[in-house]
Design a binder for this molecule. Structure first.
Ligand code: SAM
Length: 499
């Protein structure tokens, strides 16, 4: 990512306010500078019809072949904001084509699969958009016991999941860090039939460096924390009570996570709370900040949109996003941060997911239940769901649909288990070695899924796809080994092959 280097001296046109922007500062209000965001939006608006500039920005972002592999320059928040502001249909089509090309270059046609696991909906915060807020007295509060965690994990393994994102409300009494750590241990310990959870990502409230270190030692994958909104004043209004009210503590959490040794962090905005152009610039400035300070940008970016839930009505919020704007945001993120994975959840419908998969999304959840204990209940529970799930298909249906649309569903968790986190993962991406590493890993883990969990129809489509895709592995040794491993998985209970 090319950094936007102008620091602290930008003068606001039309006002005497000096910008306090400093990408390397550790203070939230300096690396997410309100003045810089407003200047960026103004600059983007002034240039949204500047075709020459826009073409040069697109040109800069294009993948380029070098001696050490294909590289992409990425865009800074100002350049990317110009693309986002552009309303010219032809140029938007060009942007979408470029987003597709970048996704293809660095992530191929693989889509990583995961599921959320809700541990507890006890929460002491007052987030006005979330049904877990403390004032909600009629929602059924629940916290999984270790026996219940086990039952949920077995249900998830029986579907074929290998990668989870654990979720919990913030409540130091009911969900202290010790509880989260115990759950992680339980999850990793369960080996049911050929199943295993091999990567646990964690989405819990902002915490201390010491607690991040404990999470790192527990073997977590990515630490995910959504900023919700980068707009400080709105943030404080939307989080009127509880520890989450503290904007600086929340915004600086990723710096503490990285100080605690966590290499892979996942950013996100809850779209619908504030104006999207503001959020978009803030999100990219956050990514630039992590790269400038820690030498590695975010591992993933999530793009949740506000949804209906228990006592939450999205129509009460003014900034709902139309699908076409949502798609443009996703394409612009893909172009701006080419090496960052992008995640879309079952908050979105099959139709929207189908479109954004073409614009750069690289990870999706499948068959999600957003209630505590939801995977072991017969009926879809609604009493404690965090938000309504739009895409309610089974994992088999999602896998089948992905393959019919030309994607390879991947259950791979190899990178972090092989120590390829942070900048080591990025360099794999940048040198193009993904085709000899992630590609066979995706095909081997998909074989596991098909053999152990898939319906006959999904198996048929999948095995044909795998045979075809194995031929794309360019290194002859890797290709031979991957082919042999696929044969072994089909013929025996040997599992967990990886490069
Ligand atoms: N409690 C943790 C925290 O405060 O960051 C994280 C867990 S929370 C279960 C996960 C995310 O769900 C939140 O960060 C928020 O963005 C999202 N969320 C909350 N209410 C939502 C709603 N009504 N629709 C869509 N997403 C929602």
């Amino acid at each position: 990512m090319k950094l936007f280097q102008t620091v602290a001296i930008l003068k606001n046109k039309g006002s005497s306010k000096m910008s306090n922007y400093n990408v390397k500062s550790l203070k939230a209000e300096e690396f997410i500078s309100d003045t810089e965001i407003l200047e960026t939006i103004k600059y983007a608006e002034e240039n949204k019809n500047n075709i020459e500039l826009i073409n040069s920005i697109l040109e800069k972002a294009r993948p380029r072949k070098t001696e050490s592999g294909t590289v992409c320059a990425g865009l800074n928040h100002r350049e990317a904001s110009v693309l986002l502001a552009c309303e010219n249909k032809e140029i938007i089509e060009k942007m979408y084509a470029l987003a597709r090309e970048i996704k293809q270059t660095f992530y191929g046609n693989r889509i990583v699969m995961f599921a959320p696991l809700y541990l507890s909906n006890y929460c002491v915060n007052g987030c006005v958009y979330c049904p877990y807020h403390m004032q909600n007295k009629h929602i059924a509060r629940k916290k999984l016991t270790q026996e219940e965690v086990k039952a949920e994990v077995i249900a998830l393994q029986d579907m074929g999941h290998k990668r989870l994102a654990i979720e919990a409300g913030e409540d130091p009494k009911n969900n202290p860090i010790e509880y989260i750590l115990e759950c992680i241990d339980t999850i990793y310990s369960i080996k049911h039939k050929n199943g295993a959870i091999r990567r646990v990502n964690v989405n819990i409230a902002a915490t201390t460096v010491e607690n991040y270190r404990k999470l790192k030692d527990a073997g977590i994958g990515t630490y995910i924390l959504f900023q919700e909104t980068y707009h400080k004043e709105s943030y404080e209004e939307l989080h009127p009570t509880g520890p989450k009210h503290n904007y600086a503590y929340h915004t600086e959490a990723m710096d503490r996570a990285m100080e605690g040794g966590i290499d892979d962090v996942g950013l996100g905005v809850l779209f619908g709370l504030e104006k999207y152009k503001y959020e978009f610039a803030g999100l990219l400035m956050h990514a630039e900040h992590l790269e400038a300070v820690h030498g590695v940008g975010p591992h993933t970016i999530s793009v949740p949109r506000l949804k209906r839930a228990d006592d939450i009505d999205p129509d009460q919020f003014d900034n709902g996003l139309a699908d076409d704007i949502f798609e443009k945001i996703i394409a612009c993120i893909r172009i701006a941060v080419p090496y960052t994975g992008m995640i879309i959840s079952t908050r979105e419908s099959q139709e929207v997911r189908e479109r954004v998969l073409e614009l750069g999304v690289s990870q999706i959840s499948g068959a999600s239940r957003t209630s505590v204990g939801g995977y072991t209940e017969e009926e879809r529970p609604h009493d404690s769901e965090q938000f309504d799930v739009s895409d309610q298909r089974t994992l088999d249906e999602v896998v089948n649909w992905l393959m019919k649309n030309g994607h390879i569903p991947s259950f791979c968790t190899a990178c972090y288990r092989e120590g390829r986190t942070g900048d080591r993962f990025m360099s794999l991406c940048k040198t193009g070695q993904i085709i000899n590493c992630c590609h066979p890993n995706a095909l081997m883990t998909l074989t596991e899924y098909l053999v152990d969990y898939a319906s006959e129809e999904t198996k048929k489509i999948g095995f044909e796809l795998i045979d075809k895709e194995l031929e794309k592995v360019s290194n002859p040794k890797a290709k031979e080994l991957a082919k042999q491993n696929v044969v072994d998985i089909k013929a025996s209970n040997r599992r967990d092959f990886r490069f």
